[in-house]
Design a protein around this ligand. Structure first.
Ligand code: PXL
Length: 283
């Protein structure tokens, strides 16, 4: 039967992030995408004067209906959450829908490049860190990891031992697999490093760094990763594919002289993503 992902995050109506990224990517990967929208924003929060309509009060009744209908999920993937109360409700949701067979993927979306996004605080990062204890896989970037662990954000110049220690620190939050995105040991290289606390193994994967910064790339990465796991790829394969696809999306946007500033051309690289998936399926 076709796999089904439940993704819990906001709808930023324009901005190419959160659900407007997760839905198309998951669908393109041949996986059913169910959504639990946490808020409706006119745009993501990097725009000025965005509107914000909170949907917190919908979370419990919607979840209850799904329980009553015996609806379950092969993966639950959470992204941007807007309040402490939403973290609490998502934690409840995990308790209600976690099974022995499904996976919980948390992308603790809170910031980038050393700074938290508008509206987030250190206390919020601590609450998100606690939520991460319920995940199978967590996908923070360097900024989010630093805030969740209460350590200094180091932009560059660190070595592999340092990243390994951050990953081990993250694993103590309780997830099986901790992944750090936006890792770079060498100038001109950017990628991910992961730690599986059950096997004690580390994994890393790098691409050529593209000198550009866009919003929504973490959402592209996390959506692709969850979709890849549902296609039977191993965690390592899913991370490598997601890193490659995200890099392609960034390059495509850089090469597009009319490219928009607020998000990447992930749509244009979907044929690449689907071809790569086909290769795994035919292996
Ligand atoms: O891309 C992450 C994201 C998701 N949702 C909202 C955001 C952002 C990043 O800024 O503002 C509302």
């Amino acid at each position: 039967m076709m796999k089904r992902i439940m993704t819990i995050q906001d709808i930023s109506c324009v901005g190419k992030c959160s659900l407007t990224v997760a839905l198309p990517i998951i669908s393109a990967m041949g996986v059913e995408a169910g959504i639990l929208p946490t808020a409706v924003l006119s745009t993501h929060t990097a725009f000025k004067n965005f509107t914000f309509h909170d949907l917190t009060n919908e979370i419990r009744p919607i979840s209850k209906h799904w329980k009553d209908e015996n609806i379950g999920f092969d993966a639950i993937y959470t992204g941007y959450l807007g309040s402490f109360e939403q973290i609490e409700l998502v934690s409840e949701f995990f308790d209600a829908f976690k099974t022995d067979d499904n996976v919980i993927v948390i992308d603790p979306v809170m910031g980038d490049y050393g700074k938290l996004y508008a509206g987030f605080t250190e206390e919020f990062a601590a609450a998100m860190a606690k939520l991460c204890g319920k995940a199978d896989i967590i996908l923070p970037n360097m900024t989010e990891a630093a805030y969740m662990l209460g350590i200094e954000y180091v932009e560059s110049g660190y070595d592999e031992e340092y990243i390994k220690s951050v990953l081990v620190g993250l694993s103590k939050l309780g997830a099986k697999v901790s992944v750090l995105t936006g890792v770079s040991f060498k100038e001109g290289e950017l990628g991910v490093m992961a730690y599986n606390s059950e096997t004690g193994e580390f994994f890393s994967y790098f691409n050529k760094e593209i000198d550009a910064r866009y919003h929504g790339t973490g959402d592209v990465f996390a959506s692709c990763c969850t979709g890849a796991l549902m296609n039977g790829l191993s965690v390592e394969e899913a991370l490598a594919l997601s890193a490659d696809y995200t890099a392609r999306c960034i390059q495509n946007t850089v090469d597009d002289k009319d490219g928009r500033w607020y998000g990447v051309n992930f749509e244009a690289e979907m044929p690449y993503l689907i071809n790569r998936l086909e290769e795994y399926r035919n292996k």
